[in-house]
Design a binder for this molecule. Structure first.
Ligand SMILES: *Cc1c(COP(=O)(O)O)cnc(C)c1O
Length: 364
């Protein structure tokens, strides 16, 4: 049994993937080849946003997006402590200050009410995360941002393809970022990411920033940027995989529903808010005695993972912020009890039954 079965996925789409990759190899269009633009327009249309700017990773997407806001040292950016390090790392990387606020008890996404309380004269923006593939509460978040003249970045690294009130993830704020890391719902064969925006000026700036701050003259760079392009080979993989993605989202939801049906009453199953469609980047349950449950499942050959065992405010890299245990009790409790089960579109019912039976037997 695999936690995420990329092998089966490759064999299923092998012909298309190999042929797309072969195109790139035979015409040696490795850097910014035509497939880059092809992928960008395809995905821009899919999420319903004017500009898609591909880049080297989800982390670079967040970094490049933040760079367009001319962040100054001492600026404060509000975000969640219950996320992958990259979300807050890019804030610190630009010498701004990550200001963590508590998450909601059921969705594990940032609590809009707590955002309001964290705003100071130094606050410039908010990075909200669509944790485990479910969009945050953007109606509330955008409203607060508008009232306080803040920007909002949607960290949709886990939620590409998800829906919020009929709109697609990656279209819910001024600037949105996703990742194509292999373990994400839509993954490539290495690192990759994308930024989406309707802002023409910011799109032009992003295209420059991802290529060393290039201008119109090849050797006159107009700003400090980075080497943050997406490899054409990764675009080729995504072009082959994308036509199957809607079907995969449906399969993920079917599997999640079956998990929930079988596990309800035994553990805390994921809570999907009204008018949200999750892509289940993770199917994560909240379970008492989590570490022993994990040992039990591993002993039975069932792979699991913990996303995330330590909230960001308690990580060593952020110790300079001076947080202590108890600062964000919900994020801490979730970190202590959360565990992710195998989740991929090819998980069969027989394997699922083994997983849920073992969880139920652990608690009985
Ligand atoms: C994976 C992830 C990232 C970073 O993406 P990479 O492509 O690995 O750099 C950022 N934010 C969240 C919430 C993620 O899950």
């Amino acid at each position: 049994m695999r936690f995420i079965d990329l092998q089966t996925q490759y064999l299923k789409y092998k012909e298309e993937i190999d042929s797309q990759m072969k195109d790139v190899i035979s015409n040696t269009s490795f850097i910014m080849g035509p497939k880059i633009g092809e992928l960008e327009s395809l995905l821009a249309d899919y999420v319903g946003i004017k500009h898609a700017i591909s880049c080297a990773s989800g982390t670079d997407a967040l970094l490049l997006a933040l760079m367009t806001y001319d962040i100054q040292p001492g600026d404060e950016i509000i975000t969640t402590p219950f996320t992958f390090i990259a979300t807050a790392e890019v804030i610190s990387f630009l010498k701004a200050k990550p200001v963590f606020v508590e998450i909601k008890e059921k969705s594990y996404n940032i609590d809009p009410q707590k955002i309001r309380e964290a705003i100071t004269p130094q606050t410039r923006g908010i990075i909200a995360v669509d944790i485990f593939g479910q969009c945050a509460n953007y109606d509330e978040i955008n409203k607060i941002a508008e009232e306080n003249n803040l920007f909002v970045i949607e960290d949709a690294a886990q939620s590409f393809g998800a829906e919020y009130k009929g709109r697609k993830a990656c279209s819910l704020t001024d600037m949105t970022c996703t990742s194509f890391f292999p373990a994400k719902p839509l993954g490539c064969f290495g690192d990759g990411g994308m930024i989406f925006t309707n802002d023409d000026e910011k799109a032009t700036k992003l295209e420059s920033l991802r290529v060393h701050g290039k201008g119109t003259h090849k050797y006159d760079n107009i700003q400090i940027g980075l080497n943050g392009r997406l490899d054409t080979l990764q675009a080729a993989v995504l072009l082959a995989k994308f036509p199957h993605y809607e079907e995969e989202i449906a399969a993920r939801n079917k599997i999640a529903d079956l998990y929930t049906e079988q596990l309800k009453g035994h553990v805390i199953t994921p809570h999907i808010c009204e008018n949200n469609l999750s892509v289940y980047a993770q199917y994560s349950i909240k379970a008492k005695d989590r570490d022993n449950l994990q040992k039990h499942l591993n002993a039975k050959g069932i792979p699991t993972a913990v996303h995330y065992p330590r909230p960001l405010h308690l990580q060593t890299a952020f110790s300079f912020l001076g947080h202590k245990e108890g600062d964000f009790p919900i994020a801490e409790e979730v970190s202590n009890e959360i565990i992710s089960l195998p989740m991929h579109p090819f998980l069969n019912e027989a394997d699922q039954k083994i997983i849920t039976d073992e969880i139920i037997s652990f608690y009985s």
